[in-house]
Design a protein around this ligand. Sequence first.
Ligand SMILES: CC(C)(COP(=O)(O)OP(=O)(O)OC[C@H]1O[C@@H](n2cnc3c(N)ncnc32)[C@H](O)[C@@H]1OP(=O)(O)O)[C@@H](O)C(=O)NCCC(=O)NCCS
Length: 188
Amino acid sequence: MLAAKGRLSIRKLMDCESDYKLLFKWLNDEVVQEFYEGKSVKHTLEQIHDEYRSRAIGENYVQSCIIVYGEIAIGYLQYYHLQPEEIKVYGAARNEQVYGIDLFIGEPTYWNKGIGTDVIKLTVDFLFSKKGVHEIFIDPQTWNERAIACYEKCGFQKVKVLPKREIHDGEYKDNQIMRITHEEFKDN
Ligand SMILES: CC(C)(COP(=O)(O)OP(=O)(O)OC[C@H]1O[C@@H](n2cnc3c(N)ncnc32)[C@H](O)[C@@H]1OP(=O)(O)O)[C@@H](O)C(=O)NCCC(=O)NCCS
């Protein structure tokens, strides 16, 4: 277990079929895909293995995690050292201990209940207090107003918009780059 509070916990993705099948289900769910990756992206179980196994066994700079609510796995989160290109274009204040986070709640019945806010706060607290991180970025697409509202509630601030940065269902979309520093989180 990486972090837990109340009914919520975040654990590492495990190298086991049941975890890969969760990703297979969520990443192929059109309701989720509308907000994450786009409906045109289809994943086979083999592709899931290829992409996520190195992360599950700790051989990738991305740490993949499962979000658990009560006893139920409800979503996916990943955190990672921001790569040099991202550090530069996002305008990070430093080169080290700068992290990025991505996430989705893969069970839509759990959306809009404040759980995403709790997940982000728990993860941000973990990264700042246990991993010695200084600055964390998150990069929702500009049209994803719920995600942006959720991140703002957690203390993230808008830094800049990167135009036409990601393809979503065949169209280039703008990303809203958002940041929180350890100092801002402590003052929150
Ligand atoms: C984004 C996500 C993680 C947020 O988690 P969540 O538990 O649904 O969010 P919360 O309930 O904690 O907070 C959402 C806030 O957005 C608000 N909101 C919802 N829809 C909105 C909209 N269309 N426009 C503006 N605000 C909106 C809610 O009212 C809530 O704010 P409030 O508590 O002040 O009322 C989750 O919805 C999700 O996984 N969505 C699908 C995938 C996705 O978008 N991933 C993020 C990619 S960057």
